[in-house]
Write a protein that binds this ligand. Structure first.
Ligand SMILES: [Zn+2]
Length: 642
């Protein structure tokens, strides 16, 4: 995940726009207000799409972008400065996210070697000490792990003393600072105020945690089964270190990545030992977050391997309850939570933003995944296959053991479900879930519809009531990042296609490619650089971009040129590129059009005839543009077929 993505994920564009003094009101999936960049207090033409974190002014500016562009325009600053300010606000350290510097890489290598040594130290204690023997017996007998599995996953045992590891490793020449940096020891202050070091992990089963590339990053530590002290957490992890960042790691991903890719599905369970047991049973597409938190970073990481993700949550644990949590909580507070747990709203938001398919598998009461798979592997397969989309899962859970014929129960469930359904970005899905809800509760679907439109202006008494059908809701679609990145990725690797694309567009009486065809600031800037490089006849494009891009664009640039090499001959590539650019334009135009249709309808309901006329004219203009674009598209595809 690039630092740009990380900042975008952490900052809510609505906050940023609000702070700039723009009053936004919700309209459909989007938010609408007066543009802060041009003078006009009559026509709200400034739209924000929270899902994609983008905005656009449909009025005079006719311009849009993401949080960076907004701040750049608002404050009159350049990309680099906007990036620095927003990074600070988001708590993202830009420096740390740069590729490892040589001296940093060396330090990381040293820490990784130390961690590998520590793993051997813990392994030795598991197999060769009396206290370790009880831990080993637990793994073999209670958890039904085999010796080869225990070896393969590098499990170990941390002895109970306070200084066993500390003495062992300082004796072997490691510095106390190294041990601290690796997260193997902690500092405490004793009563006299002097600081001393002691082993962080004591009397625990040790589970090495590797990053997705298989590099050791830290440890998870489970309480010893015979440890009866009340004040001990069941699981602890390495504290945050240069190598260990629990929001970015997924346990088992180094082993699961290939199986996930080939199954095109990842299954998330809650415990490290469950991951191991499932892999042992042949279900190798299973991973676990660190503790119970599941972050958007982790989902983003996972998305590199699959979009289809199943959460297999134990109904007993916090995870399952938490998925229902927040249904009644204020949306605002949910949006601000950075580390979302398994709560339905947060997950749905991630799902939409990441274009992922998240489902929930319902595990039978009181059974852990490893017990299910031990009892009957087919049962596990079945449970995963029956995983339901989040909304359906929430509904079934709410209905569980309740009488759906009781009007009170109906009302309660509708009140909990509707906000969730309204939040879905896809209107088709929204309709489908409303129907499902109506069917399950045996209520009239229309009664659900009327509740979902609080944002629409109420008809004034004495005026024509609003028509039965809903006014055209604002468009859900937002600038499509994937199409934008595909176009730019191709152009950066094949800059020679850009003049040919422009020629094609001009032949069809369309404008050449401009930065406003893209919605994301980093892409806009890279296209600008590319155009400059071509103008100046730069032979070595890569060097030009590297010389001129703000350092922070390198990451985006590297990500774009690292995509799979383009396939097909030049004509095919050009066809595809043209198609995608026109698709972006069509989508933007469509958004404009729907926006103004919505406003027109609203003005009509308010009886403001001047505004209606104004909007009508704009709608007319956009319709004409859209028709022109479609005609050009048709002509171009006919030409291609000849
Ligand atoms: Zn404007």
């Amino acid at each position: 995940m690039s630092s740009i993505d990380e900042i975008k994920a952490r900052i809510d564009i609505l906050d940023l726009v609000n702070e700039a003094g723009v009053k936004l009101r919700r309209s459909g999936r989007n938010y609408l207000g007066f543009c802060p960049f041009h003078e006009n207090k009559r026509t709200p033409a400034f739209v924000v799409w929270p899902e994609s974190g983008t905005w656009r002014c449909f009025g005079e500016c006719n311009e849009g972008g993401d949080i960076f562009k907004f701040l750049m325009k608002k404050e009159g600053i350049d990309f680099k400065e906007a990036l620095q300010r927003l990074a600070e606000r988001a708590g993202v350290t830009l420096e740390r996210l740069q590729p490892e510097r040589p001296e940093q890489r060396e330090e990381h290598e040293r820490l990784r070697t130390l961690l590998e040594d520590a793993m051997q130290f813990y392994r030795h204690h598991l197999f060769n000490t009396a206290a370790g023997k009880t831990a080993l017996d637990y793994l073999l007998q209670k958890r039904k792990l085999t010796l080869p599995t225990i070896e393969a996953w590098g499990l170990g045992y941390a002895p109970p003393g306070y200084e066993g590891l500390l003495k062992h490793f300082t004796g072997r020449g490691y510095s106390e600072q190294d041990l601290l940096d690796a997260g193997l020891v902690s500092i405490i202050e004793d009563q006299g105020g002097s600081r001393r070091l002691l082993d962080r992990f004591r009397h625990r089963i040790m589970i090495p945690i590797r990053d997705e590339q298989g590099r050791l990053a830290g440890f998870g530590a489970r309480i010893h089964p015979e440890d009866t002290r009340q004040d001990q957490a069941k699981f602890i992890n390495t504290s945050e270190t240069p190598l260990f960042s629990k929001g970015r790691l997924l346990y088992g991903l180094d082993r699961a990545r290939k199986p996930i890719r080939s199954a095109d599905q990842a299954v998330i369970v809650e415990g490290y030992l469950d991951v191991i047991a499932l892999h042992q049973a042949g279900f190798e597409n299973v991973i676990s977050p660190m503790g119970t938190a599941l972050t958007e970073d982790q989902l983003r990481l996972l998305k590199r391997f699959t979009r289809r993700i199943v959460l297999a949550l134990d109904p007993d644990t916090a995870g399952q309850k938490a998925i229902l949590r927040g249904l009644e909580a204020a949306r605002a507070s949910m949006d601000r939570e950075q580390e979302l747990r398994f709560d339905a709203r947060g997950l749905l938001r991630h799902e939409a933003r990441l274009q992922a398919d998240l489902r929930v598998a319902n595990l039978p009461d009181g059974l852990d995944p490893d017990e299910i798979v031990e009892r009957n592997p087919d049962e596990w397969k079945q449970l995963i296959a029956e995983a339901r989309p989040i909304v359906a899962h929430v509904l079934e859970t709410l209905l569980h053991n309740r009488n759906a014929d009781d009007p009170k129960v109906k009302t309660d469930i509708v009140q909990q479900m509707l906000p969730l359904i309204e939040d879905l970005p896809n209107p088709v899905e929204r309709d489908a879930y409303r129907q499902m809800l109506a069917r399950r509760l045996k209520v009239d679907e229309r009664s659900l519809l009327t509740r979902t439109a609080p944002i629409l202006p109420r008809a004034r008494p004495g005026r024509t009531p609003p028509r039965q059908s809903q006014p055209a809701a604002l468009p859900v679609r937002s600038p499509s990042e994937s199409v934008e990145s595909a176009c730019l990725s191709l152009l950066l690797r094949r800059p020679d296609l850009l003049p040919r694309l422009d020629r094609r567009l001009q032949e069809a009486s369309l404008a050449p490619l401009t930065t406003s065809d893209f919605g994301y600031t980093a892409y806009q800037l890279l296209l600008e650089l590319l155009q400059k490089a071509l103008e100046q006849d730069e032979a070595e494009l890569t060097q030009f971009v590297q010389r001129h891009a703000a350092e922070t664009l390198h990451e985006t640039y590297a990500g774009l040129i690292a995509q799979p090499p383009p396939k097909g001959n030049d004509d095919r590539l050009l066809d595809e590129l043209t198609r995608q650019i026109l698709q972006l334009r069509r989508q933007a135009l469509n958004d404009h059009l729907n926006q103004f249709r919505f406003l027109q309808e609203e003005a009509q309901q308010q009886g403001n005839t001047t505004l209606v006329a104004e909007y009508q004219k704009i709608v007319h203009d956009y319709t004409r543009l859209l028709n022109e674009l479609d005609a050009a598209r048709k002509k171009m595809s006919a030409n291609r077929r000849e």
